[in-house]
Design a binder for this molecule. Structure first.
Ligand code: CA
Length: 701
């Protein structure tokens, strides 16, 4: 095939040398005009949040509150992964494109469901240990005739949209460090923008823009300063230095941009949500405190140059894993008799923020769930008025935080109905025990957060577990951003329910942790329809129109951090399984799912407990630090990876070493831990899990 090139001579003033060109005018090409006017394109879904303002509202109303009871499955596609499915599909020119767990991409005919192509970037299994929160991917981006994918191991890949063939691939991170990519890229004017994750492990956050045609880096924006003296060329980092103390750069500082971005084409501003500090515990990250800019902030960047414009910090001196990476949404709202260009945000810290997106000025903020870490926000500046007891990093005492690390709202996309002027928030009510660790040191592998996760583990006491379950909830909240009040809510028994879609049919669609996919009336919250999806749903639905038919599509498949870490709380919404599928609905759809496998609960049958108490205690500490985040708090596993209390290796000290010390199962994601633990320490973990299995067996009997 002949390649086209744009050369300096051909385009006059732009002295850029020769670069491979992309034809943005040919039919079907996604270009700037299409993306800027996406709100009026109801046939397709061209970018992660549908439009640059990321409102996730479609004007389609063929499916509406009057007829949604006739909605049924049109087709479905089984996936070849069984981990969390968090992606928002794209629909372009009659085809639907998804990314799945392990960063795979698939293309289907959007009417028939026929598989057109699939792409596997072959992410090494051992990359899983760098991922705080499952091997998920939230979606691809489109530009020209290409798709762009961020892979778990830190690559940005350009694919031919017609064939799925790889065009170029760039490593965007230092792969010797625990960086991952789970977020969807965004494309603005031929620049592909991608962030990364890893602030639980010890990295420095940034976002990078790459040329969509060539894959060349255009700019990189760091969110936290490097070593003092090394920030001279970037004024925003030089300014941030004074807000940090100690040797923060040695562990990275955090501030990863792992999910949300939005873009205002009139202002030329890209908005990014910046993540938590690394480590969480500020006493170790920045001893003596400081605001630690730009952690837990919304930052506005000039998209052409990558230069800082403004920031709004939601949680100064972040110490609770309160990221500001949650969904960012833009709208023009009538506030106090004036039309304001606003940015709306419901971050982990529990407050709903309305910010002036031209300047970053605080307009209003109010908590949308119960909050105990702060007593409110300063009405002028929006700065939180902290509860001193919440600062476990200063007091050295444990604090049960509300919200906790899972957040009052995580990555699950919201939606905004511009007619109702309502934001629909997939909210979470879930506390977290922050137990500061004395004399903590970072290690070469695993979580590095400055907490004693073993000490914070849930005890094997039925009353304590029941109380924690009763206090852990979820809700779909319809929030009025102008008055900062709740209009209605759909209560759930637990958190980690799906992302949201709003439509012109007076409908809000959301899947949930109980395995159902449902539609609610936007104006009242009344449930009008539901579908038994057989699996927990965490991803956000989309809608599109082909011919006369409106379709609603959602990726189903339980996963993410709540499917791994919460231990005794993992079944707070009821038993759940992962059946990973793309589900596509239309009025009068005729497809049927096969019967699901039964939800069997295996009895616990651990080997005899032989170890001394001090060995078990040491094992409990190490389990909390290295194992619990994936295998579950207090060794109670979730639904998607093995529950160690049932492991056949509990009775085999040698087999346990082969896996946990030597890494025999690293291709599956279970790496060896010999770089941070000795064989006897690893055996202590085995004895701890045996003890935990006995305790839970006694509780069940
Ligand atoms: Ca985090």
């Amino acid at each position: 095939m002949k390649k086209k090139f744009i050369c300096a001579v051909a385009i006059g003033a732009l002295v850029v040398g020769c670069k491979p060109a992309m034809d943005l005018d040919k039919p079907g090409a996604v270009n700037a005009e299409k993306l800027v006017s996406a709100a009026s394109n109801d046939a397709e879904w061209l970018s992660y949040g549908r439009t640059y303002d990321e409102q996730r509202f479609s004007p389609l109303n063929a499916i509406n509150a009057e007829n949604v009871s006739g909605l049924n499955l049109a087709w479905f596609a089984d996936l070849d992964t069984s981990r969390g499915q968090e992606a928002t599909p794209l629909v372009i020119d009659g085809k639907i494109y998804i990314s799945t767990a392990w960063s795979k991409v698939k293309a289907y005919d959007a009417v028939s469901g026929k598989l057109l192509w699939e792409y596997d970037p072959k992410v090494p299994g051992e990359t899983a240990v760098k991922a705080c929160c499952d091997v998920v991917n939230r979606g691809v981006a489109a530009w020209g005739d290409r798709l762009y994918l961020g892979t778990l191991d830190g690559r940005l890949v350009a694919l031919d949209r017609a064939t799925g063939k790889e065009i170029w691939s760039k490593v965007t991170v230092d792969q010797s460090k625990p960086y991952t990519i789970t977020g969807a890229p965004r494309v603005v004017d031929g620049k592909v923008i991608i962030g990364n994750g890893g602030a639980e492990m010890g990295v420095r956050g940034y976002v990078t823009a790459y040329d969509a045609a060539s894959g060349d880096e255009v700019w990189r924006f760091y969110t936290v300063p490097g070593k003092p003296g090394e920030n001279e060329d970037q004024p925003h980092l030089k300014k941030a230095e004074a807000t940090w103390k100690g040797e923060y750069w040695k562990i990275g500082g955090g501030g990863t941009v792992w999910d949300a971005m939005a873009y205002d084409p009139d202002l030329g501003l890209l908005y990014i949500g910046v993540g938590n500090g690394s480590p969480w515990n500020q006493a170790y990250r920045s001893p003596g405190g400081g605001d630690n800019l730009y952690l837990s902030s919304i930052v506005a960047i000039d998209v052409k140059t990558g230069e800082y414009r403004w920031h709004f910090q939601e949680t100064p001196g972040e110490t609770w894993d309160f990221t500001a990476t949650q969904h960012i949404m833009l709208a023009d709202l009538e506030i106090g008799g004036k039309t304001r260009k606003v940015l709306m945000h419901a971050p982990k810290n529990g407050y709903f923020y309305v910010i002036d997106r031209t300047s970053g000025a605080f307009i209003s903020g109010k908590n949308y769930v119960p909050v105990n870490w702060a007593k409110g926000l300063d009405p002028k500046t929006g700065r939180p008025i902290e509860n001193p007891e919440a600062r476990y990093d200063k007091t050295g005492k444990p604090f049960i935080g509300m919200p906790g690390a899972v957040g009052a709202h995580s990555w699950h996309p919201m939606a905004f109905d511009p007619k109702q002027k309502l934001v629909f928030i997939p909210a979470q009510i879930a506390a977290f025990p922050y137990f500061p660790e004395k004399d903590w040191k970072p290690k070469a592998q695993g979580f590095n957060i400055g907490l004693d996760q073993g000490a914070g583990a849930m005890p094997a006491i039925k009353a304590a577990r029941d109380a924690a379950k009763a206090a852990t909830k979820g809700a779909l909240i319809a929030w009025d951003p102008i008055t900062q009040t709740e209009r209605w809510r759909v209560p759930y028994n637990g958190p980690w329910n799906g992302g949201v879609l709003a439509t012109g049919g007076n409908l809000v669609f959301q899947g949930n942790a109980t395995g159902s996919f449902a539609a609610f009336a936007s104006d009242s919250g009344k449930q009008l329809w539901s579908f038994p999806a057989q699996t927990g749903i965490v991803a956000a639905p989309i809608t599109y129109k082909i011919g006369n038919d409106q379709y609603v599509a959602v990726l189903a498949g339980w996963g993410g951090i709540w499917a791994l870490a919460p231990g005794a709380l993992s079944d707070v919404s009821g038993p759940v399984r992962n059946i990973s599928r793309l589900l596509v609905f239309k009025l009068g759809g005729k497809a049927k799912l096969p019967a699901p496998p039964p939800l069997n609960k295996m009895p616990l049958d651990p080997p005899p407990q032989t170890a001394k108490a001090d060995v078990i205690a040491r094992g409990g500490y190490l389990y909390g630090r290295y194992c619990g985040v994936c295998h579950g708090d207090a060794a109670i596993g979730g639904a998607i990876i093995p529950d160690l209390r049932h492991s056949g290796m509990l009775a085999s000290a040698d087999g346990w070493q082969k896996i946990v010390h030597d890494g025999a199962l690293k291709a599956n994601g279970m790496v060896g831990w010999s770089n941070v633990m000795s064989a006897s320490e690893i055996d202590a973990i085995r004895h701890y899990v045996i003890k935990r299995a006995h305790e839970d067996k006694d509780l069940e009997e």
